[in-house]
Design a protein around this ligand. Structure first.
Ligand SMILES: CC(C)(COP(=O)(O)OP(=O)(O)OC[C@H]1O[C@@H](n2cnc3c(N)ncnc32)[C@H](O)[C@@H]1OP(=O)(O)O)[C@@H](O)C(=O)NCCC(=O)NCCS
Length: 168
C-alpha cells in the first residue's frame, strides 16, 4: 500500500470513488455524487488520498473553503475583543474509506488542512480552521488540538475551532 496525497482533479476519474464508503451516509453520498461538481464550480477545493499500489484508488478526501463565522461562536474560547465577523477557513467534508481506517490517514488529511490554514492565514488572513464535527469524530479532532465551541451537542454536529496561531 503506497498512499499519496494530492489536489483532487475534477477532470479525472478515480477508481473506487463511486463506491467510496467511510461509514457516514452523507459524506459517502457527497464523495460519490457531488464532489466533482463542487470542485468544478470552485465552491471548495479538495485533496485526495490515493493508493498507488492499487491503480490510484480513491482512499479518502477532504474539502476546504474560505468562510466567515460570527464572533459569538468563539465566546467559549475567551479570546478577548474581536470583530463581529471572523474570517476563517472551513473544513467541510472529510472521509477515509473503511477499508483503510485506523492507519493514521484521517490524521494525515487533517494535518494537511491545518498546514494549508496556516499558509492562508499568512497570505490573506484566516483566524483558524472551523468545522462541524460529527459526534463520533469529536475525539479525533480533540486529539488534533480543536476546541469544542458549544459543548457536545450529540447526536447533532458540534462546531469546533483551532486558531491559526496555535497550529504547529
Ligand atoms: C474520522 C475519520 C476521517 C478518521 O479516519 P482514520 O484514517 O481512521 O483516522 P486515523 O487513523 O488518523 O485516526 C483514528 C483515531 O481517531 C479516533 N476516532 C475518533 N472518532 C473516530 C471515528 N468515528 N472513526 C475512526 N476513528 C475515530 C480514534 O482515536 C482513532 O484511533 P484508533 O485508530 O487508535 O482507534 C474516518 O473514521 C471517517 O471517515 N469517518 C466517517 C466520516 C466522518 O465522521 N468524518 C468526519 C465528519 S466531521
Amino acid at each position: 500500500m503506497k498512499i499519496e496525497l494530492s489536489p483532487y482533479d475534477a477532470a479525472s476519474t478515480y477508481l473506487g470513488q463511486k463506491q467510496f464508503d467511510c461509514g457516514h451516509a452523507i459524506i459517502n453520498q457527497f464523495a460519490r455524487g457531488s464532489l466533482k461538481q463542487q470542485v468544478k464550480k470552485g465552491l471548495s477545493v479538495a485533496y485526495v488520498l490515493t493508493d498507488a499500489d492499487d491503480q490510484d484508488r480513491f482512499v479518502g478526501f477532504y474539502t476546504i473553503a474560505q468562510h466567515m463565522i460570527d464572533m459569538s461562536l468563539l465566546s467559549a474560547m475567551q479570546l478577548g475583543s474581536l470583530p463581529k465577523q471572523i474570517p476563517c477557513t472551513r473544513l467541510i467534508m472529510l472521509g477515509v474509506d473503511q477499508k483503510y481506517a485506523h492507519q493514521d490517514l484521517g490524521s494525515q488529511l487533517m494535518k494537511h488542512a491545518l498546514s494549508l490554514t496556516k499558509q492562508i492565514s499568512n497570505q490573506i488572513g484566516s483566524y483558524g480552521l472551523y468545522l462541524d464535527a460529527d459526534p463520533k469524530a469529536l475525539g479525533f479532532y480533540k486529539k488534533l488540538g480543536f476546541t469544542l465551541l458549544q459543548g457536545d451537542k450529540t447526536p447533532h454536529n458540534s462546531p469546533m475551532f483551532l486558531q491559526s496561531g496555535r497550529i504547529i
